[in-house]
Design a binder for this molecule. Structure first.
Ligand code: RTP
Ligand code: MG
Length: 139
C-alpha cells in the first residue's frame, strides 16, 4: 500500500552537534509535513532491534553502539513520493559521496555518524514509525 509517509531519525551525532533545528528546517522547507515527532533515546537493545536487518553485517555492533550513544529525534514525515524524495534530500549513506546541499553533505561526519536515517520502503516506513509512535501520536 502506498502511504506517502516516511520515517526519519536525527542521529546522535547531529543532535550532539546542535543540528536539530537546521535539519528540521531543511525537511519542512523541502515540503515534508511532520505528522509525528519525538525527542528520545535508543537503548542498545532497542537499537539492535531497530537495525536487526543489518545484524549479519560487519558494522552492526558499532552501529548499535553509536545509535544508543545519545539522544535522537524520531519523526514521521508526509509528502507525495515521500520515500524516494526523502532519500534524495538526505543524500548518500557515505557523506563524502553525498550530493552538495543534501542533509548528509551539510551535517554528517562519517559513514556511520551520518546525521539522519531515512526509510527505504513504504513497508519499512510503517514498521519503523510504529516502532516509535503509537496510533495516538501520529497525526
Ligand atoms: P539509514 O538506514 O540510516 O537511512 O542509512 P542507509 O539506508 O543510507 O544505509 P544502510 O545500508 O541502511 O545502513 C544503515 C546505517 O548503518 C551505518 N553504516 N555503517 N561502517 C559502514 O560501512 C556502514 N555502513 C552503513 C550507517 O549509519 C547507515 O546509515
Ligand atoms: Mg537503510
Amino acid at each position: 500500500m502506498k502511504t506517502n509517509r516516511t520515517f526519519t531519525m536525527i542521529k546522535p551525532d547531529a543532535v550532539a552537534n546542535g543540528h536539530i533545528g537546521a535539519i528540521l528546517d531543511h525537511i519542512t522547507k523541502a515540503g515534508f509535513k511532520i505528522v509525528a515527532l519525538k525527542y528520545t533515546a535508543l537503548s542498545a537493545q532497542k537499537a539492535g532491534e531497530f537495525y536487526a536487518v543489518h545484524s549479519e553485517r560487519g558494522f552492526y555492533a558499532d552501529l548499535v553502539s553509536f545509535m544508543s550513544s545519545g539522544p535522537i529525534v524520531a519523526a514521521i514525515l508526509e509528502k507525495d513520493n515521500a520515500i524516494a524524495d526523502f532519500r534524495t534530500l538526505i543524500g548518500a549513506t557515505d557523506p563524502s559521496k553525498a550530493d552538495k546541499g543534501t542533509i548528509r553533505n551539510l551535517f554528517a561526519k562519517s559513514i556511520e555518524a551520518n546525521a539522519v536515517h531515512g526509510s527505504d520502503s513504504d513497508e519499512n516506513a510503517e514498521i519503523e514509525g510504529s516502532f516509535f509512535f503509537s496510533a495516538f501520536e501520529k497525526f
